[in-house]
Ligand binder design. Structure first.
Ligand SMILES: [Zn+2]
Ligand SMILES: [Zn+2]
Length: 93
């Protein structure tokens, strides 16, 4: 019975790509910054942050509306702080 090296350490396509991909990113740009595709000037290091920005901030209809004055907000947290600061209403969650 003989064991080949590949059966002990199987080199998959993924590991090769990960290795060469890492090498390539080191030689060129190691910090990848993603710009907002809507050209609003925002840039993010993490794709998740960009997705959050696109989903809640950029080009999004202001979906949280103050029932007291009609002011609209993109984020619920903004509305809640508005209620607290302007109308002195502590939101009941
Ligand atoms: Zn944007
Ligand atoms: Zn208000």
């Amino acid at each position: 019975m003989k064991l080949s090296l590949t059966s002990v350490f199987p080199i998959t396509v993924e590991t090769q790509q990960a290795f060469y991909g890492r090498r390539r990113s080191c030689s060129t740009t190691n910090t990848s910054v993603v710009f907002c595709p809507n050209h609003c000037g925002r840039k993010y290091k993490h794709e998740g942050s960009l997705r959050k920005h696109l989903r809640f901030e950029c080009g999004v209809e202001k979906q949280f509306r103050c029932v007291n004055c009609g002011k609209s907000f993109t984020q619920k947290a903004h509305l809640l702080s508005h209620l607290l600061n302007i109308h002195k209403i502590v939101p009941v969650m």
